[in-house]
Design a protein around this ligand. Structure first.
Ligand code: NAI
Length: 258
């Protein structure tokens, strides 16, 4: 049985992933903002440093994998926090855990992206580039220039950037070469507190009217099952992939993109 760090373990898909791993007999180190084995604010440099150190302490030098699920949706007025948690809250933690993940010899990481990376038109590539260059402040400024103004573009850019980071990093000697499999899960609309707050916002009707060919919204347990699979031996040959689980929205818009 393995030892897995899970961010965002207190709610939604992070919790569903942690529950499945625990039910299968694995040890989970849950990290979240106000409750869990490690309490840390991933929107700040200090919080991320705490999350890295406390997790390694609890893991006692052995990590078989990680699930990076902590994140925010497109909340108005929260652009900087969205950028910090969704991008730095993934990249800094993984960089801090890399050598411990490498030491296990065959570790697996699932990062939460989003199908918005394929469905938000005109997601600002200049913001994505700024994220990847480590300049989060500039990324937020670039994303905020797009009209109509709102958090959607910062959110989509943060998820695109983290997805590009995973795909580029996954194949390098420091990661794939060290036996660490980095992959992304890109959910569509899943019934979690994050989705509920979107449905209750002025954006609600747009979310409700978004095309989902299979119908309805997904459930956190369905995503938890994919995460468990992506951490299992069946996924040994999965590296740098993006697994989209969205009821058909992505092929609805991009059926010929392959
Ligand atoms: P959720 O709101 O149920 O859970 C997110 C968790 O992240 C919460 O427990 C929250 O406390 C934690 N978190 C937020 N800010 C934090 C901070 N500063 N420090 C530490 N922890 C923090 O959300 P959900 O829906 O389960 O989202 C999981 C991931 O999936 C997120 O990255 C989200 O962006 C992504 N996603 C969600 C979709 C959806 O429809 N629900 C669709 C596509 C992607």
């Amino acid at each position: 049985m393995g030892v897995y760090a899970v961010t965002g373990a207190a709610s939604g898909m992070g919790k569903a992933s942690a529950d499945r791993l625990r039910a299968a007999g694995h040890t989970v180190i849950g990290i979240d903002l106000t409750e869990g084995d490690v309490v840390a604010d991933l929107s700040t440099t200090e919080g991320r440093a705490t999350a890295i150190a406390k997790t390694l302490e609890r893991a006692e030098g052995h990590l078989d994998g990680a699930v990076l699920a902590a994140g925010l949706g497109p909340l108005p007025g929260k652009e900087r926090v969205i950028a910090e948690v969704n991008f730095r809250g993934v990249v800094e933690l993984l960089e801090g855990w890399r050598s411990t993940l490498a030491a296990s010899g065959n570790s697996k990481v699932v990062v939460f992206g989003s199908n918005s990376t394929t469905t938000v038109p005109a997601a600002p590539m200049s913001a994505v580039k700024a994220f990847l260059a480590g300049d989060v402040e500039k990324a937020v400024k670039r994303a905020s220039r797009i009209k109509p103004a709102g958090p959607t573009f910062t959110y989509a850019a943060s998820k695109l950037a983290v997805t590009h980071w995973v795909r580029r990093t996954a194949v390098t000697p420091e990661w794939a070469g060290a036996g660490i499999r980095l992959n992304v899960i890109a959910p569509g609309a899943i019934e979690t507190p994050l989705l509920t707050s979107q449905l209750d916002s002025p954006e609600g009707d747009r979310v409700r009217d978004f095309p989902v060919p299979i119908g309805g919204f997904g459930r956190p347990e369905q995503i938890g099952a994919w995460v468990e699979f992506m951490l299992s031996p069946a996924a040994d040959f999965l590296c740098g992939s993006v697994i989209v689980v969205d009821g058909g929205t992505e092929p609805f818009f991009r059926g010929s993109d392959w």
